[in-house]
Design a protein around this ligand. Structure first.
Ligand SMILES: [Zn+2]
Length: 417
């Protein structure tokens, strides 16, 4: 009998702090939950760390794995990880006035152990042959295949829908066990073309009416997706916040995106914001792309302070707004939290679903394809409990495979006879 041991250390009930340990030695992701009381996954040393992509909920606690001998990631993921971890330390010191659980020294140590890998390149990790496959989620994002006596495929965050910036995930190599995300199970996305048309039309109407458009964006991937869409329609926005650095990183890895010349041209046409520019930015109707994507901090708050009373202006969210964020409160209650005061927002607020995750249809098709290629046991993660369990029901009933929605700290010994 041969066996694989899978331990779930986080990311089982909701989104945040994804961490999965294989055979007590190989960690797949070690994320951070932002905004929660308990931000870190369960502690567990490991020999090797595999980082699927550069989002904090997958890489944000990686510096805590001080005993890891090596770390593997694609080149863009390596750069994003450094960018996000540095920012996390800086923000923590500024807001909480105390030391983070890790320091910039720990970040440097982590980066010194990092080996970059290409998509579809096989490398050896503790008895497994490991391959990173394009997950289509953000630039450089990967699903991970561990091929051994028992083989495991971890989808991580994945998107099979092609976007302006990157291609969708493609192909599935076959494995015995699958760990799949369930983020958008039960919810389909608006077709991309319709979404882009509606988005551009709304921007043009606002500018023509003499208003300003604020577009809060996540720094990584979403900012560049939006810049590419705006660039294609000859709209030249202002760009402020961490999205500037993230765009430079992405442009330094042109082979990981679909159309680097479109992004390059779009980026060349943006006006980067400095103190002087910020003062005169509203002298005429303008479009501003800025962080943070959920309006919970960053330069977007400075802009909102200046437009929230203007009914001609518009705030256009470009992604999901998590419970407890400014973005969620604006959408649900029309209230904005500014300097500890709640103020009524009189500008128009819109939300566009530029998601970088597969929707319901794509998730269902993914597990069917995986089952066709030999997976007979699924674990569902990266969704709230209800989503993870609904996806389990679907897999059992419609795909005919065993499926489990694990809890944090659960360990499974999966054997094949
Ligand atoms: Zn992600």
């Amino acid at each position: 009998m041969i066996e694989i041991k899978i331990k779930f250390l986080g990311g089982c009930d909701g989104i945040g702090k994804s961490a999965i340990l294989v055979d007590g030695k190989i960690m797949m992701d070690y994320g951070l939950q932002t905004g929660g009381d308990d931000p870190f996954p369960l502690m567990n040393d490991c020999n090797h760390l595999l980082i699927s992509h550069g989002h904090l909920d997958h890489c944000g606690s990686a510096p805590l794995l001080r005993k890891a001998k090596d770390v593997f990631a694609t080149a863009p993921t390596a750069d994003f990880t450094k960018l996000l971890l540095d920012d996390s330390v800086r923000l923590n010191e500024k807001e909480n006035k105390k030391r983070h659980m890790y320091s910039t020294y720990d970040i440097d140590l982590l980066m010194s152990k990092l080996k970059t890998v290409s998509y579809n390149e096989e490398f050896k990790v503790d008895g497994y042959s490991c391959t990173f496959l394009d997950a289509g989620h953000i630039v450089g994002s990967s699903s991970i295949l561990l091929k051994g006596d028992v083989s495991l495929f971890y989808s991580s965050d994945t998107n099979s829908i092609e976007t302006k910036l990157i291609r969708g995930s493609n192909g599935f190599p076959g494995a015995d066990v699958g760990i799949v995300e369930s983020t958008y199970f039960g919810e389909d996305h608006t077709p991309r073309k319709d979404l882009e048309d509606r988005f551009i039309k709304s921007i043009k109407e606002t500018i023509e009416a003499g208003g300003n458009v604020i577009i809060p964006c996540f720094a990584i991937n979403r900012t560049q997706e939006i810049l590419s869409i705006l660039g294609e329609h000859n709209i030249s926005p202002y760009l402020d916040g961490m999205g500037v650095e993230a765009t430079k990183i992405i442009l330094s890895h042109p082979s990981f995106i679909k159309n680097s010349s479109l992004l390059k041209r779009s980026f060349d046409n943006v006006s980067l914001v400095n103190k002087k520019v910020r003062k005169r930015i509203f002298d005429e109707p303008s479009v501003i792309v800025t962080t943070a994507g959920m309006a919970n901090g960053g330069p977007v708050l400075n802009y909102l302070k200046r437009i929230y009373k203007d009914p001609k202006s518009k705030l256009m969210f470009t992604g999901y707004q998590v419970e407890g964020t400014n973005g969620r409160m604006i959408l649900e209650k029309g209230l904005l939290r500014l300097n500890r005061n709640l103020v009524k927002i009189e500008s128009t607020v819109e939300q566009y679903d530029f998601s970088s995750h597969s929707g319901d249809k794509e998730l269902k098709s993914m597990v069917k394809r995986m089952a066709d290629k030999g997976v007979n046991l699924f674990f569902t993660v990266h969704g709230d409990r209800e989503n993870n369990e609904s996806f389990v029901e679907y897999i059992k009933e419609e795909v005919g495979c065993e499926a489990i929605a694990p809890h944090t700290n659960d360990t499974y010994n999966v054997s094949i006879t």
